[in-house]
Unconditional design. Structure first.
Length: 299
């Protein structure tokens, strides 16, 4: 367990560095030793960092409550806000699409970086809601967008050809607050959802014709650690990790769930982000510190 950082929302890997972002800004850790290197100084200080991404050029993109900051080393950063074309300064999500373009999810819609600036996507352009909490690009050019504004919202999917498909509680989702998305393959995606003591996760699969359907739901009743799924990750061994809001971590492997809590070594039972590094180690970001779990082999 590593503290500080304390309350962590986002993780990103860059070589032997692990970046952790949260309430108090961005921290640099050595993932080989599990030690804190430094808290990155910004002026003004960054707060409520909810998304981190390292691009192909080695730049660290930081989404926070006052915009989007591109960090390229000590004293070398630039922050984008509504003045530079973002639909809202409150950034929730970052992703690179199949073409390598940077997507930003905000409270006012999504935006993609172009040579001419930022191109926005909102409710008027096809989203279920302007609040974009999570983005998942697929290899074929399809894009998933999840909102967090229940009772509205849910999932919006845009195909590479520009066709839209939507999912909400009205056609099978356990909750309209979408917290997380992970792709198992190009044709299989999991969505985490919930609020407080309600929610669950949905598996979505793509048919041969290109449309998506909900294949199954998992909830507290059939294996999860808690009702709300706060985070999702795909392990190197093919297992799915479901972080809960209050109740720890559930790992699904070969259709069997295992649940882990602070009694098993987690730093806190609120699991906000999960990352598997290049060596297969798991990094579990919580409300109170970071837990490192060494790689292991299943029997």
């Amino acid at each position: 367990m590593i503290r500080p950082p304390q309350d962590i929302f986002a993780l990103a890997e860059q070589g032997n560095t692990l970046w952790a972002g949260g309430v108090e800004g961005v921290y640099q850790l050595d993932r080989r030793t599990g030690t804190l290197v430094q808290q990155i100084p910004f002026d003004p200080p960054l707060e409520y960092v909810r998304a981190l991404l390292v691009d192909a050029d080695g730049r660290l993109w930081i989404g926070h409550n006052q915009g989007l900051t591109c960090y390229q080393g000590p004293g070398n950063w630039q922050t984008y806000s509504e003045a530079e074309g973002l639909p809202d300064e409150r950034v929730n999500a970052l992703a690179l699409d199949a073409a390598g373009r940077l997507w930003v999810g905000t409270w006012g819609g999504a935006a993609v970086q172009t040579q001419g600036g930022w191109q926005t996507l909102t409710l008027a352009g096809g989203l279920l809601d302007d609040m974009v909490n999570v983005i998942l690009p697929l290899p074929d050019g399809g894009m998933w967008f999840g909102s967090y504004v229940a009772p509205r919202g849910g999932l919006s999917y845009r195909s590479a050809g520009g066709d839209w498909q939507y999912f909400s509680i009205h056609n099978g989702l356990p909750h309209n607050n979408i917290t997380s998305l992970v792709a198992v393959s190009a044709e299989q995606v999991w969505a985490g959802s919930g609020l407080n003591d309600r929610g669950g996760a949905a598996e979505l699969v793509q048919s041969a014709g290109g449309s998506w359907q909900i294949a199954r739901l998992v909830t507290l009743e059939n294996g999860l650690a808690g009702e709300k799924v706060r985070s999702l990750a795909l392990a190197p061994d093919g297992g799915l990790w479901f972080g809960s809001e209050y109740d720890g971590l559930a790992v699904l492997h070969s259709n069997v769930f295992e649940v882990y809590t602070t009694q098993d070594g987690l730093s806190h039972d609120e699991i906000k982000a999960i990352l598997f590094d290049a060596d297969g180690a798991a990094w579990v970001a919580t409300r109170d510190g970071l837990t490192s779990i060494a790689p292991y082999a299943r029997p």
